[in-house]
Design a protein around this ligand. Structure first.
Ligand SMILES: [Zn+2]
Length: 239
């Protein structure tokens, strides 16, 4: 599969594929490509980014794609504060179901502010700030994510058009501005839990994510018992 990769764009050689191997997962076997950017990374972020590919993606037909930004707290530790892990799992399952697709995994933790700043923002959130107010209190951008490396990875993988798995219309616009043909948006709804509900409500209300308001009836609690609806495969919480 790797021999089909396109070379980096001439004069723009700022992203280079440095390793590839098959990766067996609970959803099936993907081909994992590691790309390295020569752009300096801020806030302690890595300059290595990943593409998880299943099936033939360079045949000219639209490819289901997820452009996913790293979230260590949910993906490694199972944090319930956000829906990142659930969305990643959903994307892997959907691609496996279709037998074809690509996940671009960008190392821009905390919407691009890095792990330490993200945890500083969590500390402020524990005192009552919402996700936007916390970043503003830290004099950090609310969303510093960039998608140019995702567009370049798609180009090097030979993907010419995508169906983008996201709830975020701004991400569709951003990819189109980068020259990626986005045929359609596929919603990726993950059930809210009492800890993620306030965050998802801010995403819906202040960041224009296409999320149903019925997801957010749960209120945060300080009960140590597990929240009732953390199953990523569950439907969004009923009204
Ligand atoms: Zn997250």
């Amino acid at each position: 599969m790797t021999q089909h990769l396109q070379p980096a764009a001439p004069g723009l050689a700022r992203l280079e594929r440095v390793a590839s191997a098959p990766l067996p997962t609970a959803h099936g076997t993907f081909e994992l490509h590691v790309f390295r950017s020569n752009q300096p990374a801020l806030h302690g972020l890595s300059n290595e980014h990943l593409a998880l590919v299943m099936g033939r993606v360079d045949a000219g037909e639209p490819v289901v794609a997820r452009v996913h930004s790293e979230c260590l707290t949910s993906e490694v530790f199972g944090s319930l504060k956000c829906d990142c892990r659930g969305q990643l799992e959903r994307a892997m399952a959907e691609i496996a179901r279709r037998g074809r697709g690509v996940i671009l995994y960008l190392r821009q933790e905390g919407r691009g502010i890095g792990l330490a700043n993200k945890i500083r923002a969590y500390a402020l959130q524990a005192q009552g700030a919402d996700t936007i107010e916390a970043n503003e209190l830290l004099h950090l951008p609310v969303d510093a994510r960039q998608y140019d490396l995702a567009a370049e990875m798609l180009r090097q993988l030979g993907v010419t058009s995508i169906e983008l798995m996201t709830n975020n219309p701004d991400k569709v616009d951003a990819m189109r501005r980068l020259g990626v043909s986005v045929e359609k948006r596929i919603p990726t709804l993950v059930a809210a839990n009492p800890f993620s509900a306030p965050y998802l409500e801010v995403k819906r209300r202040r960041m224009q994510h296409e999320l149903p308001s019925g997801m957010f009836h749960a209120k945060p609690t300080h009960d140590s018992s597990p929240p009732p609806d953390v199953d990523a495969d569950a439907d969004p919480a009923p009204h």
